[in-house]
Design a protein around this ligand. Structure first.
Ligand code: SF4
Length: 273
């Protein structure tokens, strides 16, 4: 028997497609530190970024961070040998966005150069071996997927591993903050998945200060991170996007967001109002 006259084959295809999608199992939720951090800052901010695809305008600090990270990635992946190679990579990948004028561009560009000069010296003196740069991890944790990118993993002389994350912001964190920081715990979990053994040392390199602060994690810290992941996943599943307006004064979306209690724009750290 042929197709009934009142249903064209294109309509039948649409109906088939609808039913296939209706019963297709949903892919597991993916979480990263950035997603958890956005949700913890303000659930509505999470929705704006990850559900609605809104983007914050580029800022000099973001451009500097991207440029320095990219330069270090290029330098190590291309087996760069000297400082000239590193600065040449920096010049090549420089993100020229978000600056108010050429003077500000130059000021930030030179900041990045100083960071890389100090980094090069620090890296030369290390006895470790770099085993991975910008290493992506993505694996199931319970019923969700954990993903992230680790800036650098080193193998230490005693055959243990160190996770290194670069920070380009001016703010310096203290030991207590780093000892309880969720991002580095998640990277430790990621590193364990990549290297098949947990890292012995976890370090933040504050490039603007040429200072490295290290910490370590135990199973108790991992368990805390798993609970945090499960908690955020549960709230996201329930579509709990309640705005946290106490955060509006520090939010990049305060000029765009319908719930914002602070509508003044801030560009390059200066209020426009
Ligand atoms: S402006 Fe306020 S309510 Fe809106 S996303 Fe930012 S913190 Fe949340």
């Amino acid at each position: 028997m042929g197709t009934p006259l009142f249903l064209s084959s294109s309509m039948l295809d649409k109906i088939k497609y609808f039913f296939i999608n209706l019963f297709r199992p949903k892919p597991p939720m993916e979480l990263s530190f950035s997603r958890i951090s956005a949700y913890r800052f303000c659930p509505w901010k999470y929705k704006m970024i990850y559900e609605d695809g809104k983007k914050t305008p580029p800022t000099p600090q973001i451009a500097l961070g991207l440029s320095v990270h990219k330069a270090l990635e290029e330098f190590h992946k291309n087996d760069g040998r000297d400082l000239d190679d590193l600065l040449e990579a920096y010049n090549r990948v420089w993100v020229n966005e978000g600056f108010l004028n050429p003077q500000q561009t130059m000021q930030f560009y030179e900041k990045g150069e100083k960071m890389l000069e100090a980094y090069f010296e620090w890296s030369q003196l290390r006895k470790s071996e770099i085993v991975a740069v910008e290493k992506e991890f993505r694996f199931p944790v319970g019923n969700l997927i954990l993903r992230g990118i680790i800036d650098r993993i080193d193998k230490l002389p005693d055959d243990t591993y160190e996770v290194i994350d670069y920070k380009t912001h001016a703010e310096m964190w203290d030991q207590a903050k780093i000892d309880s920081d969720l991002q580095i715990t998640l990277y430790a979990i990621g590193c364990e998945n990549i290297m098949k053994t947990p890292p012995a040392v976890l370090s933040y390199y504050f490039l603007a200060h040429d200072q490295v602060i290290s910490t370590s994690r135990t199973q108790k810290d991992f368990d805390f991170a798993y609970k945090e992941l499960a908690d955020v996943a549960k709230k996201l599943k329930a579509k709990d996007y309640k705005p946290d307006t106490a955060k509006c004064p520090r939010c990049d979306f305060r000029t765009l967001c319908k719930f914002s209690t602070v509508k003044t724009a801030v560009a390059n750290g200066k209020s426009l109002s």
